[in-house]
Write a protein that binds this ligand. Structure first.
Ligand code: FPP
Ligand code: MG
Length: 320
């Protein structure tokens, strides 16, 4: 089944979200507006808005209220990627030139800043102190995650916990909070709110681990950026951490440094791919997925629960 088919009952509301996204990126400054529009056109799975809306379906769902949260979360995600591409000096994202590459770092920084501010402006429409506290805390964690990622570059001695904490901060928390904020906007009970948050967290962990595996196994065409980018940038992910447990592999892999070129990295990528690290990484991704499924056993039965179930399964099995 295609991802979109899993939540086709949201299609009218997702069209509203898309329109609101377009309005949100509008700016008087032509370059700012153009950058925002191009970002939207690059597409994306709109996973965070989908999670917000689905979580809202467990309560008093009102699209006019919940749309602000859904749009804000997608915009925060987009803005963080614009900034991330500056930090990572990335040329391509989703098969297109990044803002920093098409324009320059300055434009990327103020486009990201502008989008962050717009997202916060939208969130003020939700008058709920707990929601704001949750979101601001998540944004702080996102920033810490990014800083930790820079600090841990090329550090082959980092342990699994360091990696898991990093992906929690940079990915899982925002998905968890998407679920919880959707639930808050729809007055869902605290108990179910917490379960939806945890569901998002586990799915987010699984999603990022799969992402890190695909960076090794998928093609440039599938990824929309060169394969092996993580290792080339010094971002040590799960497949590498597992591969270097083998002393022979370790010897060859730990030589990777900021001076390594694409040509140096290619055989290393192959080494990781042909080791058991990919299977082992999938095992951990599936473990998180199983935890997400277990949570769903404890939430009320409705078509949203089925959609959540299918999306989680899709995320675990996705090929790119
Ligand atoms: C992508 O990671 C990066 C993120 C998911 C988060 C980036 C966060 C920031 C730049 C801080 C955000 C600031 C505020 C104010 C919230 P990646 O480089 O591993 O993935 P990629 O391959 O998609 O680039
Ligand atoms: Mg990046």
């Amino acid at each position: 089944m295609k991802l979109k088919m899993m939540y086709s009952f949201l299609s009218t509301d997702l069209a509203i979200i898309e329109k609101e996204l377009e309005e949100t990126v509008q700016a008087e400054h032509p370059l700012l507006r153009q950058a925002g529009v191009e970002l939207l056109q690059a597409g994306g799975k709109r996973l965070r808005p989908v999670f917000v809306l689905l979580a809202g379906k467990f309560g008093d769902y009102d699209i006019d209220k919940i749309k602000n949260v859904a749009v804000a979360l997608e915009i925060i995600h987009m803005a963080s990627l614009v900034h991330d591409d500056v930090i990572d000096d990335a040329e391509l994202r989703r098969g297109r030139q990044t803002i920093k590459s098409k324009y320059d770092n300055k434009v990327a920084m103020y486009t990201g800043d502008f989008l962050f501010a717009r997202a916060l402006e939208l969130m003020t429409k939700l008058q709920d102190a707990k929601a704001h506290k949750l979101l601001s805390h998540t944004m702080v964690e996102l920033c810490i995650g990014e800083i930790e990622q820079i600090k841990d570059k090329y550090d082959f001695d980092q342990n699994l916990r360091t990696y898991l904490r990093r992906i929690k901060r940079k990915t899982a928390l925002l998905i968890a909070v998407s679920c919880q904020l959707g639930a808050i906007a729809a007055n869902v009970s605290e108990d179910i709110q917490k379960k939806l948050y945890l569901f998002g967290y586990y799915v987010g962990m699984s999603f990022q681990i799969t992402d890190d595996i695909l960076d090794f196994t998928a093609t440039e065409e599938q990824l929309g950026k060169p394969a092996g980018s993580d290792l080339l940038q010094g971002n040590i992910t799960l497949p590498v951490l597992i591969a270097i447990r083998d002393s022979q592999l370790r010897e060859q892999i730990v030589g990777v440094s900021s001076h390594s070129s694409v040509t140096d990295i290619k055989p290393i990528i192959e080494l990781v791919k042909s080791s058991n690290a990919i299977d082992k990484s999938f095992e951990l991704s599936n473990l998180y997925l199983q935890k997400a499924f277990d949570i769903l056993d404890d939430v009320p039965n409705n078509k949203t629960k089925t959609a959540f179930h299918n999306i989680a399964r899709f995320i675990g099995k996705r090929k790119f």
